[in-house]
Design a protein around this ligand. Structure first.
Ligand SMILES: Cn1cc(CCO)c2c3c(c(-c4ccccc4Cl)cc21)C(=O)NC3=O
Length: 291
C-alpha cells in the first residue's frame, strides 16, 4: 500500500465521535466536496475471519441499499495500511442511545407522538431493508442515528402583520435513521453474527431462522420500550425470559393501545408480530387512517 493514506488525503478529521471494539468513528470534512461525513476506521480483519465476513457484509449491504431516507447513507469504503475505512452520511443529532440518556438525566420522556414518529421512521427503514431480502439483526438505540434539520415554515401572512420572530418560522425537523449494518444478512442464506443479546428474540437464540425479519421487529419493540422509559433491558436471567414470554411492564405515560402494540411487537411467536409493512399501516401509528 502507498503510505500516504487516502483517508488523510481526502479528509480533515474534526473530532472523534465514537470508539468501540468495532474501531473508531470520526466526524470529518471531505477536502474536495466540503461536506461532513462520519468515517469509521477499524483494524482490517484477518482474511477469511468472521470479522472480515461482517465487514464485507456491511459494505455489501450499503452498496445494495443505495439511498433511503431512513437508512444511513453509504458513500465509500476502502482498505489502507492495516485498516478498513467506511465513509457514511453524518447524522448531526447523535444516536437514539444519546437521546435516551439525555432524557433520563433530565427526568423527561418522549411524548407518545414522538415515539410514534420514531417507530414509523425505523419501520419505514426496515420495510425497505426487508424488501431487499435483507435483515438488520442488531437494531438497538445505539444503532439508530438522528438527523436534525432547521426548516423555514411557511408563514401565514395575516399573522405576520404583528411581525414574526425567529422561533415561529423556523422549526426543527427530526429524521431517525437505521445505522451500523455490520450484522446485516440475507433473509435467504443467513450467515450471521448474533446482535446485542438485550434485543435478541428467543427463536434466534434457538437458531430458528424461519422468520428473521420478525427478529428486527422484536428488537425494534424493545428499542421503543427503552426509549419510552422502560429502563435498561436485561442481558440474561429471569427478567430476560419474562420479556421473551411476552411480558412487558406497562408504560403508564402512554396509551393502552400503544402499550398493546409494543407487546405485539415482542410476541413470543414471531408470526404474531406485525411485519414492517403492517406496522406502518397500524391504526395506532396513523390514527387519522381510521375512516
Ligand atoms: C458513534 N457514532 C456517532 C455518530 C454520529 C451520530 O450523530 C455516528 C454515525 C455513524 C456511525 C457508524 C456506525 C457503524 C458503521 C459506520 C459508522 Cl460511520 C457511528 C457513529 C454513521 O454511519 N453515521 C453517523 O452519523
Amino acid at each position: 500500500e502507498s503510505n500516504i493514506s487516502r483517508y488523510h488525503q481526502e479528509f480533515l478529521e474534526l473530532e472523534l465521535i465514537g470508539v468501540g471494539e468495532f474501531g473508531s468513528v470520526f466526524k470529518c470534512i471531505n477536502r474536495l466536496d466540503g461536506c461532513i461525513y462520519a468515517v469509521k476506521k477499524s483494524i482490517k480483519p484477518v482474511a477469511g475471519s468472521v470479522n472480515e465476513k461482517n465487514a464485507l457484509n456491511e459494505v455489501y449491504a450499503h452498496a445494495v441499499l443505495g439511498k433511503h431516507q431512513h437508512v444511513v447513507r453509504y458513500y465509500s469504503a476502502w482498505a489502507e495500511n492495516d485498516h478498513m475505512v467506511i465513509q457514511n452520511e453524518y447524522c448531526n443529532g447523535g444516536s437514539l442511545a444519546d437521546a435516551i440518556s439525555k432524557l433520563q438525566a433530565e427526568k423527561r420522556n418522549f411524548t407518545e407522538a414522538e415515539l410514534r414518529q420514531l417507530l414509523i421512521h425505523i419501520a419505514e427503514g426496515l420495510r425497505y431493508l426487508h424488501s431487499m431480502q435483507l435483515v438488520h439483526m442488531d437494531i438497538k438505540p445505539g444503532n439508530i442515528f438522528i438527523s436534525k434539520e432547521k426548516r423555514l415554515r411557511a408563514v401565514d401572512y395575516d399573522s405576520a402583520d404583528d411581525g414574526f420572530d425567529e422561533e415561529d418560522t423556523v422549526e426543527e425537523e427530526i429524521t431517525y435513521k437505521l445505522g451500523d449494518l455490520g450484522h446485516v444478512t440475507s433473509i435467504n442464506n443467513p450467515l450471521f453474527e448474533e446482535g446485542d443479546c438485550r434485543y435478541l428474540p428467543a427463536e434466534i437464540l434457538h437458531e430458528d431462522l424461519a422468520h428473521m425479519p420478525k427478529a428486527d421487529i422484536f428488537a425494534l419493540g424493545l428499542t421503543i420500550y427503552e426509549a419510552g422509559g422502560g429502563g435498561a433491558l436485561p442481558k440474561n436471567g429471569p427478567d430476560w425470559h419474562e420479556i421473551r414470554n411476552g411480558k412487558l411492564k406497562e408504560l403508564p405515560q402512554y396509551s393502552r393501545d400503544f402499550n398493546e402494540l409494543l407487546k405485539l411487537m415482542i410476541h413470543p411467536k414471531p408470526e404474531m408480530r406485525p411485519s414492517a409493512v403492517t406496522l406502518i399501516q397500524h391504526r395506532v401509528l396513523c390514527p387519522f387512517g381510521k375512516k
